[in-house]
Design a protein around this ligand. Sequence first.
Ligand code: SF4
Length: 363
Amino acid sequence: MIRRRETQQISVGPLVIGGDAPISVQSMTNTPTKDVEATLGQIERLQEAGCDLVRLAVPDQEAAKSFGLIRKRSPLPLAADIHFDYRLALAALDQGADKIRINPGNIGSKQRLRAVLKEAAARGVPIRIGVNGGSLEKGLLRKHGGVTATALVESALAHLDYCREAGFTDTVVSIKYSRVPMMIEANRLLAGKTDRPLHLGVTEAGSVKSGLIPSAVGIGTLLAEGIGDTIRVSLTGDPVEEVKAARRILQSLGLRREGITVISCPTCARTHTDLVHIVEEVEKALEGVLRSGVVAIMGCEVNGPGEAREADIGIACGPRQALLFRQGRGEGKVPFDRIVEVILREVERLPPTALQAGEEPHE
Ligand code: SF4
């Protein structure tokens, strides 16, 4: 059982982050924000995949106006991603942003940051202080001899202090970096020094294929230690893949109720049927299903019945057909060519709370 670090809570529109709120999944659109219809289409796909909060880049005033149009029709709360120009943060707030993400290191003078904080406070909008290894302040780079975990934490704490001194405490903070050991070390250090909610991510992780592992290791290690309140898996590709990956990380740690965890054997010479394709078909059909539970699909009678019994729905293949288990009870035989159909039918019957947040999933 994972014991989560105690943090303050913030509200991003209807979404609560931190404290005992479920760990939320974020992603970022990669359509031009100026293209309102394409961006809304992507937001809808992200919602279907189980995303809780979507970030949109606001690189100029035209994008800020489009942000407002998108916000009016978005089914999910929206964060505005702002760099360099504090006026874009003000414009995004004016256009209804639910959250602002800034890197105070590149937003300009303290007065400009103060203007953003004042406007966000007036509207009850939280701000994410995003510190990134790639844009650490020059003074800190000189002082620490380059990007180090201590330098990243020093930067984040200085920005949080500045916000607090300005009377603004509605913050969430992130330290992201592409090197996983340093990202982990910096977040561990930061978690011991602030009670603000933490947003986790590994930047520049790579493509959908290669980026999953660094993100899973970096984010998963911290989550397993109880650190992290909201996550984004950054991948070069369709952001829907980020959401699927984030949900899998949370499911594998038993930190999220919704979603079906599919466990399957690696197959070997004993495998009785084409398990690879069966598992692929089941996983594809279950993408975005927000019912919760564990489905086990096993290739033979060696470990099959044991694992299948432990799952909410289990299939253990035998020489000529498979055995179906439901909540540990044998439910009869299933021809190989009906395994997918039977699993999907059984998933429809699962109660929505079969796997509780924080509970260990079946191994
Ligand atoms: Fe092989 Fe059976 Fe184990 Fe699957 S469950 S890997 S088929 S021994």
